[in-house]
Design a protein around this ligand. Structure first.
Ligand code: ADP
Ligand code: MG
Length: 676
């Protein structure tokens, strides 16, 4: 197939008009190629179905022979019913009825063998037909496609058949022949065809193998290309002054941990390099990633560049700005904030300051990504809690400068093998330890929220002058209380029990200013217990709090529990976490036991991935990980890794494949829409 054909609009196919073309468009299918890649999400197996096992009202497809002439009966208005008797085997004859589809009669005749998809009506021994499946011209698998209103399964199937008919034997291979041979992969054209119209289950599996391999291979090829381009690209070389930076580090009131020092070194080394840095900084909650970001941002500023820190919430932005200025204002460095909720004038000032280069350091939320934000000389950005941002958002920020260096920070580490095969050679820095003097948080699991031990502990913490987080899960609407009622009920109970202390609340129904005030009051130790929904999960830092209570802990994911727990243990005092939970399943109990037995976020996330699967842990949709259209990065990880090795092998020894193959690959890789 030539390039043109492959990308011809679907409407060039016989029988596909503009209206259908538009409907296909809604499914993301624009070209013949898209259509051939519009795979069924399942197959209806209409081979054998024992009629005695079908439940009343169950939807099934039955195959059989029409044994009486199909007749349409009209009963008032336009209402009508099409009936015929249908033999499913030698001894079983049932009734089939279609309501208000009289035109079907023209397609049906006595003696024909067809499939009928419909709802089984046990008492009448009849099938209420919904769709006819012509079984005559194929195997006993019928594709079921993702569809949209107005586009029938039959129309989709027909268009796809047409596509294969109009473009026969012309789909070119993308995977190089040596690899097709090595893995015994089906030719692409056959694989595409088998994906839609499999001869049998086995051949469908073989087709899938090819499609999955090819998708990963193309991804890895693209990754390799872009890495190559990146290394050729001139990034901003950030020539900071080591001695000046040392002074900055001395302004910090505590000593950096070994891991922090190493991360700073690794990042600074990359900043000096002539290609743009792409680095992942992993470190458990409380390991002090923010400080690493600050120091390296200052390096960039001292070298004459502007720098930005992107964070997921406004609370976090404010907190970071405060602590930045706390540490560094004395040595003449100031960070400004840019968030959605700020006065028009204030915002204008910041925008102008960034544009003119007067402001060197900005910390902000999504507001930073907006088009109105322009920089004079952006050289380095850091993204905190990277899984909260999409690839596009990162990209928009990067495009506000040229050759911009970036670091992404995360507290949910990805297993190294997966990180390497997904991010390619993206550099990874890891902070293993937590700051000196931090005692491990002691975690206890209780079943009863009114447990004596907990009551005493709350009492003790308050009289020692320390503070407490009391976290509640978001509750579902169907339950008898709303989120606010729940929060307020707990606040009231605590206020009643501890009348001499202030109990604050923080929840999603408060507006930004109220939330901010609540956080501020807690930070200032004006409120002593903060009853909150999961809003405190991300990054909030109030070192005076030493007790975390999490109610209905069984409703949280392990990673989330660990994030929440990480809000305490931020000074050199012993901190505690109580999980109140009545898990009903073994897995639920196991989760609580993991939490009470370890403080190590890496261990926890590994355990979590074992229990729930990595996809759920990372929330793949928003994790910034690539989205494959057919292949599954987690289930097919071995293939992903193999494809990476194969790509490497070819790049090291390009003569292993034909020049033509090279060119086709490059062209195909450019076309793929998977983001890197
Ligand atoms: P993370 O973002 O990795 O979860 P933070 O950057 O919020 O962790 O740091 C947690 C707390 O530890 C902050 O209060 C920070 O000021 C403090 N901190 C960071 N590094 C050190 C250090 N080397 N020694 C003592 N305290 C530190
Ligand atoms: Mg953080």
């Amino acid at each position: 197939m030539t390039e043109e054909n492959w990308n011809a609009p679907v409407t060039t196919l016989k029988g596909v008009g503009p209206k259908q073309g538009q409907l296909f468009g809604q499914l993301g299918v624009f070209t013949v190629k898209d259509l051939m890649h519009h795979f069924p999400f399942r197959f209806e197996d209409i081979s054998e179905r024992d009629i005695n096992t079908i439940l009343d009202n169950e939807k099934v497809t039955l195959k059989g022979k029409i044994v009486t002439p199909p007749v349409v009966n009209y009963f008032g208005g336009k209402k009508n019913r099409l009936n015929f008797r249908f033999a499913i085997d030698e001894t079983t004859i049932i009734q089939v009825s279609f309501f208000n589809q009289p035109y079907l009669a023209k397609q049906l005749e006595i003696g024909q063998t067809i499939g009928v998809y419909g709802k089984w009506q046990e008492s009448r021994q009849s099938l209420l037909g919904m769709r006819i499946i012509k079984a005559s011209d194929g195997p006993d698998f019928n594709p079921v496609y993702p569809s949209t209103k107005g586009l029938s399964q039959a129309q989709i199937t027909k268009a796809i058949k047409q596509a294969f008919e109009e473009y026969p034997r012309s789909i070119e291979e993308i995977v190089p022949q040596i690899l097709n041979d090595h893995y015994r992969l089906m030719p692409l054209e056959e694989a595409l065809h088998q994906m839609h119209f499999p001869t049998n289950k086995e051949s469908h599996e073989q087709a899938e193998r090819k499609i999955i391999y090819q998708e990963f291979f193309l991804y890895q090829w693209r990754l390799a290309l872009s890495r190559q381009q990146n290394q050729e690209k001139s990034g901003q070389r950030i020539m900071y002054d080591v001695d000046e930076l040392r002074e900055v580090i001395e302004a910090i009131p505590f000593e950096l941990t070994k891991g922090q020092k190493q991360a700073v070194n690794e990042i600074c080394f990359d900043l000096l390099a002539k290609y743009p840095m792409q680095r992942l900084l992993q470190g458990d909650v409380g390991s002090g990633k923010t400080l690493v970001a600050f120091i390296t941002m200052i390096a960039a500023v001292q070298a004459g560049f502007q720098t930005a820190l992107l964070v997921p919430t406004e609370i976090l932005a404010k907190q970071h700005v405060l602590s930045f200025n706390n540490f560094f204002e004395s040595i003449g460095l100031r960070a400004e904030i840019l968030i959605g909720a700020m006065g028009a004038k204030e915002k204008r000032d910041v925008l102008e300051g960034l544009d003119k280069g007067r402001i060197r350091i900005v910390i902000g939320t999504h507001a930073l990504i907006q088009e109105s934000v322009t920089f004079d000389k952006l050289g380095y950005i850091v993204i905190d809690e990277q899984h909260r941002f999409g690839v596009n958002q990162r990209q928009s920020l990067l495009e506000k400068g040229t050759g911009v260096n970036y670091v992404q920070m995360t507290a949910t580490p990805i297993p190294r093998s997966l990180a390497l095969s997904v991010y390619g050679e993206m550099a990874v820095s890891t902070i293993q330890e937590r700051p000196k003097g931090r005692l491990p948080i002691i975690t206890r699991w209780l079943e009863d929220p009114l447990d004596q031990q907990l009551e005493q502990h709350i009492h003790q913490t308050l009289s020692d002058g320390h503070q407490i987080y009391y976290v509640l899960p978001l509750i579902e609407e169907s339950e008898h209380m709303t989120e606010i009622e729940n929060v307020l009920a707990v606040q009231e109970r605590l206020q009643f029990t501890y009348p001499n202390y202030q109990i604050g609340v923080l929840h999603g129904q408060m507006n930004k200013e109220e939330q901010e005030n609540a956080m501020q009051a807690f930070k200032n130790n004006e409120t002593h217990i903060l009853v909150a929904t999961t809003m405190v999960e991300v990054g909030v830092d109030v070192p005076n709090s030493t007790l975390m209570v999490i109610q209905s802990a069984e409703r949280f994911g392990l990673a989330q529990l660990h994030q929440l727990r990480g809000r305490v243990g931020r000074n050199d005092l012993q901190s505690y976490c109580y999980l109140i939970a009545q898990p009903k399943t073994d897995q639920g109990k196991q989760r609580m036991e993991i939490m009470t037995s370890t403080n190590d976020g890496f261990v926890i996330s590994q355990e979590d991935m074992k229990l729930r699967g990595i996809g759920d842990v990372l929330g793949l949709n928003q994790s910034g990980l690539p989205q494959f259209s057919y292949a599954n990065m987690i289930e097919d990880q071995a293939v992903l890794i193999a494809a990476q090795e194969d790509v490497r092998g070819i790049i090291q020894q390009p003569t292993r494949i034909e020049t033509e193959e090279f060119e086709r690959l490059n062209a195909a890789a450019k076309e793929t829409t998977i983001q890197i």
